[in-house]
Design a protein around this ligand. Structure first.
Ligand code: UT7
Length: 324
C-alpha cells in the first residue's frame, strides 16, 4: 500500500479594502491608540465591505492559492472551510465557495473550531489525503468577525478584523515528497471554558446571530499555557525539537501572547511571524494570512519547517508542524 503525505502546494490570502485604525476606534468607543498598541500590538484591521461575505473572501483567497500552486479549481476535490462566521446557518460556506469556484465534484464542508479552526481544518484535510480518499484540498480560514462584534464593547471590538487565507494541500507519495508535508497535528478542546469566550446567540438557542463576549484577561492566561502544551505535544509527536523549527506562525490574537509563547518555548524573536499589528485577530483566517505574508516577503521557503498554533472559543486549541 502507498504511504501518503499532505504537501503544501500554494498559499493565498485576501484582505478587504477598508481599514479601521486605532484612531478610528477612538472616535467610536472610549479607547485610544496607546492602550490598544500597548495591550495588544494591534494598529489596524481590515473590515469587509457591505455585502462582502465570508465566502467571497474565501473564494478570492482560494483563487490566489491555486495561482500560487500553478493549479486550477478543476484540480480540487476537497474543500474545508474553517469559519465561525458562515454566510448562512446552512448550507456550509464551503459549498458556497465550491460553487463560486465552479467545482462540481468532490466534497466541501465547514469546520467550527473558532480561532483554532485552521489547525482543525489542516488536521481534517490531512487525514483524508493521507488515507487516499481525496487528492487535493483547499484548506481555508475565513472570517467576518466585524458582523458579530458588539461595537459598543471596547473590550472586544478593538481586537478583531476580517480576512481569509487558503492553502492547497496535495496528496503525495511519502517516498517522493522529500520530507515535505504535514508532520504532526495536536488538537485539544475543553468545553468547561465556554463562558470565557463565546457568542450569545445561535439558531437553536436564541434564533439570532448574537455578539462575541470575552473575559479577555482570563483567556490570555489560558492561551499561553495551553498553546505551549500543544506545541510541545506536536513536536514530540513528530520527533522534532522546537529548536529545529524555522518559522513560528502563531494565531494572531495579541502580540503579548505571541511573545510569551515564543519565550516559553525558547524560540528566537526573528523566527516569529507576526501580522497582529496590521490584521488584528482574524480568528480562523489569522494563521494562513500570516503564512501568506511570510511567503510573499521571502521569509518562508520550500523545505522550511513551520510551526502553527491557535486557541479560541470552546476552548479549542491545537498546533501543527509542516515542512513547506
Ligand atoms: O482569538 C481568541 C483568543 N483571544 C485572545 O487570545 C484574547 C486574549 N486576551 C487579550 O488579548 C487581553 O486580555 C485583552 C487585550 C483583551 C485585554 O488586555 P488586558 O491587559 O488583559 O486588560 P484587562 O481586560 O485586564 O483590562 C484592563 C483595563 C480595564 O480597566 P480597569 O478595570 O483596570 O479600570 C479595562 O476596562 O483596561 C480597560 N480596557 C480598555 N481601555 C481602553 C479594556 N478594553 C479597553 C480598551 N481601551 N479598548
Amino acid at each position: 500500500m502507498n504511504e501518503f503525505v499532505s504537501v503544501v502546494r500554494g498559499v493565498g490570502a485576501y484582505l478587504p479594502e477598508k481599514v479601521l485604525t486605532n484612531d478610528d476606534l477612538g472616535r467610536m468607543v472610549d479607547t485610544n491608540d496607546a492602550w490598544i498598541t500597548e495591550r495588544t500590538g494591534i494598529k489596524k484591521r481590515h473590515i469587509a465591505a457591505d455585502g462582502e461575505t465570508t465566502s467571497d473572501m474565501a473564494a478570492e483567497a482560494s483563487r490566489r492559492a491555486l495561482a500560487a500552486a500553478g493549479l486550477t479549481a478543476a484540480d480540487i476535490d476537497l474543500i474545508v472551510v474553517a469559519t465561525a462566521t458562515p454566510d448562512f446557518t446552512f448550507p456550509a460556506t464551503a459549498t458556497v465557495v465550491q460553487n463560486k469556484l465552479g467545482i462540481t465534484r468532490g466534497a466541501a464542508f465547514d469546520i467550527q473550531a473558532v480561532c483554532s479552526g485552521f489547525v482543525y481544518a489542516i488536521a481534517t484535510a490531512d487525514n483524508f489525503l493521507v488515507r487516499g480518499q481525496f487528492e487535493r484540498a483547499l484548506v481555508i480560514g475565513a472570517e467576518t468577525f466585524s458582523r458579530i462584534l458588539d461595537w459598543s464593547d471596547r473590550g472586544t471590538c478593538v481586537l478583531f478584523g476580517d480576512g481569509a487565507g487558503a492553502i492547497v494541500l496535495e496528496r503525495q507519495e511519502k517516498s517522493a515528497a522529500k520530507d515535505r508535508g504535514v508532520k504532526s497535528v495536536h488538537l485539544r478542546s475543553d468545553g468547561r471554558y465556554k463562558d470565557l469566550l463565546w457568542v450569545d446567540g445561535g439558531p437553536s438557542s436564541t434564533q439570532t446571530v448574537g455578539h462575541l463576549r470575552m473575559t479577555g484577561n482570563q483567556v490570555f492566561k489560558h492561551a499561553v499555557s495551553k498553546i505551549s502544551e500543544s506545541v510541545r505535544a506536536a513536536t514530540e509527536m513528530a520527533g522534532i525539537a522546537v529548536s529545529e523549527v524555522d518559522w513560528f506562525v502563531p494565531h494572531q490574537a495579541n502580540q503579548r501572547i505571541l511573545t510569551a509563547v515564543a519565550d516559553k518555548l525558547g524560540l528566537d524573536d526573528h523566527k516569529v511571524v507576526s501580522t497582529v499589528a496590521e490584521h488584528g485577530n482574524t480568528s480562523a483566517a489569522s494563521v494562513p494570512l500570516a503564512l501568506s505574508v511570510a511567503i510573499a516577503d521571502g521569509r518562508v521557503k520550500t523545505g522550511d519547517l513551520v510551526l502553527i498554533e491557535a486557541i479560541g472559543g470552546g476552548f479549542a486549541w491545537g498546533a501543527a508542524l509542516i515542512r513547506m
